[in-house]
Design a protein around this ligand. Sequence first.
Ligand code: R5P
Length: 314
Amino acid sequence: MSDLKIFSGRANRPLAEKIAKTAGIPLGRIELKNFSDGEIWVKYTDNIRGDDVFIVQSTQPPADNLMELLILIDAARRASARRITAVIPYFGYARQDRKDQPRVSVTAKLVANLITEAGADRVITMDLHAAQIQGFFDIPLDHLYASAVFSDYFQKKKIPNLAVVSPDVGSLKMARSYARRLDAELVLIDKRRPKANEVEVLNIIGNANGKNVLIVDDLIDTAGTFVNAVKALREKGAKEIYGACTHPILSGNAVAKIDSSEVTSVIVTDSIPLKEGSPKIELRSVAKIFAESIIRTHNNQSISSLFDVDKDKI
Ligand code: R5P
């Protein structure tokens, strides 16, 4: 069997280090530099000919993170790695996943094409914006769930009289899965986006009155969706309000918005490095899930058995 090697780009090295440590191997040695105009240059320091290579790189903005991933894949292919797996804890550009207006791009498909064309043989990622983005790849893709980490956290918290809230239709399946695991009721928010980065709550479907609530989502970007959900739920009589959101993009003044909202705490993962601290944002690492998935991929073992996904099928 070929050697397992894990390498990291610069998008989230602390997570890659944790993954490698949990997998019980050191991160592979690599040189990453920029020319004076910013162009990216990479070189695998060690021989990787015939190796099973895993490249850990999230693709949050700036787009250099995506570009660096493509260059890392290309360099590994040209160095004759036997198999290349792109490990993408946060898969960016996923929100543009359909042609919902004339003359727009479907960037999720474009990025899938780029990763495949660069030479990746497989992809491992987590909580894609929409599960069907898996179908944009014609190479095998393993989809991991942060709910394994979050559900455990909330089960231990034993919050009484809990309802799980989906802040929009897109997160409904995820919310249903949490509600089942936490034995909670389900509430859905009917949200509208008058334009990009603006959010309006139209209706709350289900009962939040007198409940402690947990809002679950794949990501927080401007925090508009989240903070509007908190406000609307409070108006409908919700008591303690918690959040569990996998990818903390937190652009602009998102952290300040969360801090001044009536949420008790939001749990996020380290799929993207946090830019600033906040008394209301708690971090849970997904390093263990990624490490386990890498080892299982290397040993040709099942990954789905890490999660009880079958019960959550629609
Ligand atoms: C929407 O479909 C997503 O699941 C998130 O709710 C959304 O992208 C969050 O964006 P923002 O924080 O900017 O409202």
